[in-house]
Design a protein around this ligand. Structure first.
Ligand SMILES: Cc1cc2nc3c(=O)[nH]c(=O)nc-3n(C[C@H](O)[C@H](O)[C@H](O)COP(=O)(O)OP(=O)(O)OC[C@H]3O[C@@H](n4cnc5c(N)ncnc54)[C@H](O)[C@@H]3O)c2cc1C
Length: 483
């Protein structure tokens, strides 16, 4: 090929100003994306990747076969020594870099999640679940919880103790239910508190709690005995409390290095000062935690997919078919390009979700659903490219597919996240923006129906209604009657 029709050669034929307008250097998109970050974030992204390559990559497959292969608290302490476990408070208490978060509080967290999970999804989850565990102390807005309790946990970590945290909402009869507004109203809860002198007594079970067995601290949600989610309250428990035990460990399909355990509470006494936020504010806190954690799950899914893509790309470069590398075949090129395109779209979605002035429901759920579904596709494509190697454990892409599958389930299944997107944007992009009033024709005629007319006046003087001037047809059956 003549130099004139190569991208690099083409650039040389442009005038000096034209050469400044585009970059033809062959560099990974990872590098191009890193260039768009502020200097502190660029440094942080490199440090996360270096840590993950040294401490996670080499142990991931073994930890997948035997979850006890890696001492998770020890790994956590190694990460903490790098400052990667205490990022929710600035120095001297923690390692939050104000300069790194000023454009988006969550951006460092998603950078970390991508790098850890690109190296290994299971070990990545084990390290990241700690942040989920302490998130209620931060997002509750409760200053005592933040400065006193989080400060104390960080002091322990700085002193070299593996003071990991876990987040416990799921119960045998309440999973999606407590993450979705409709479901929450009828959730069959099984973890309750009773008020007693000086505090609360909590009994019940939590299931599938990541790091449940290794965490020292647990932010746990329980309802008042005999009541529903409206009384849900967040408590900070520690495992040394009498009556608090770890039950069954789940044998999982993917992300096996991270433990998922049952927690059993038998009349555990929890003092008053362990309530996070207000009594009854549990559901609001858990929603806020999910708004913060869903972009991170999106980034984990992205990291897992990137790991699978990098294996597949290497395989296609190194494997020869009829004396040519696989990557010389055009259908393989199309497939690899398609995978890279999906990774780019995932990263754009995740980063965008963290760049809003404040996180909001739809942004996090969109990042989570899109990346989890796309990651599953990318990992399966990687398996296809590797053929028989895609099916064997040592090549690690079958593991990536198993790891990716879990991102479609936790932090609310993808169906529940789709409902969250709809709910977050109702009134803005879906449904009527009138909350139901007494004066407009559409609400008044519907007063007995499903639009939930509240009888209050929305102030439109009866003019509110669909913003669109188009009157859509009412669906009719074959005889022309409305259905
Ligand atoms: C490995 C692992 C780790 C986990 N870690 C944690 C943790 O650390 N802390 C924690 O609290 N929880 C954790 N979970 C729990 C996880 O968040 C829940 O499993 C998840 O939210 C789904 O809830 P569920 O299992 O009760 O499913 P269900 O609610 O029983 O859902 C079953 C099916 O019904 C669908 N469904 C339910 N409601 C609706 C609806 N309204 N519309 C349409 N479809 C619906 C769901 O999408 C799903 O397909 C973990 C789970 C796993 C598997």
């Amino acid at each position: 090929m003549s130099d004139g029709i190569r991208p690099v050669g083409a650039r040389e034929r442009l005038g000096p100003l034209g050469r400044l307008l585009f970059d033809t250097e062959a560099r990974p998109i990872w590098d191009h994306d890193t260039d768009t970050l502020s200097r502190p974030l660029r440094r942080l992204r490199h440090r996360y990747r270096d840590f993950a390559e040294v401490h996670l990559s080499c142990q991931g497959l073994a930890a997948d076969r035997d979850p006890d292969f890696v001492d998770i608290p020890e790994l956590f302490l190694r990460a903490a020594r790098e400052g990667f476990g205490t990022e929710l408070m600035p120095p001297p208490w923690g390692t939050l870099q104000i300069t790194a978060v000023w454009r988006g509080l969550l951006l460092p967290s998603v950078l970390k999640a991508e790098e850890l999970c690109a190296a290994d999804g299971g070990l990545g989850l084990a390290l990241l679940a700690h942040e989920l565990g302490i998130a209620p102390l931060f997002v509750s807005g409760d200053l005592k919880a933040y400065f006193y309790w989080l400060g104390r946990i960080y002091r322990e970590i700085r002193a070299g103790e593996p003071a990991m945290a876990a987040f416990a909402i799921t119960e045998p009869g309440a999973g999606s239910d407590v993450e979705d507004t409709e479901g929450a109203r009828s959730a069959r809860l099984g973890c309750f508190y009773e008020r007693v002198a000086g505090g609360f007594r909590i009994s019940g079970r939590k299931v599938f709690i990541t790091n449940g067995a290794v965490a020292r601290w647990v932010t746990l949600f329980a309802a008042q005995k005999g009541c529903g989610v409206e009384t849900w309250t967040c408590f900070l428990l520690d495992k040394s409390m009498a009556g608090f035990e770890v039950g069954r460990h789940e044998r999982k399909m993917g992300q096996r290095a991270a433990d998922a355990s049952e927690l059993i509470l038998d009349e555990v006494f929890v003092p008053d000062d362990r309530v996070v936020g207000e009594v009854g504010a549990g559901w609001a806190i858990s929603r806020n935690v999910l708004n913060f954690s869903r972009p991170v799950v999106g980034a984990m899914a992205l990291g897992i997919a990137r790991g699978a893509f990098e294996h597949a790309a290497r395989f296609c470069n190194e494997t020869r078919l009829a004396n040519r590398p696989l990557s010389d075949y055009q259908d393989v090129q199309l497939t690899l390009a398609d995978m890279l395109m999906k990774l780019s779209a995932m990263r754009a979605t995740v980063w965008q979700s963290t760049r809003y002035r404040l996180p909001f429901g739809a942004a996090g759920a969109i990042a989570k659903v899109f990346c989890a579904d796309t990651s599953w596709e990318v990992c399966r494509t990687a398996m296809t490219l590797l053929g028989d190697h895609g099916y064997v454990h040592s090549a690690s892409v079958e593991k990536a597919a198993r790891d990716a599958r879990l991102t479609q389930i936790y932090e609310g299944t993808n169906q529940i996240n789709r409902l969250a997107i709809f709910e977050s944007q109702t009134g803005a992009e879906f449904g009527s923006d009138c909350a139901g009033c007494a004066s407009c024709a559409s609400c008044a005629s519907d007063a007995s129906g499903a639009s939930g007319a509240s009888g209050a006046d929305c102030g439109s003087g009866g003019e509110c209604g669909p913003a669109s001037p188009v009157q859509y047809k009412i669906k009719t059956d074959r005889r022309g009657q409305s259905e």
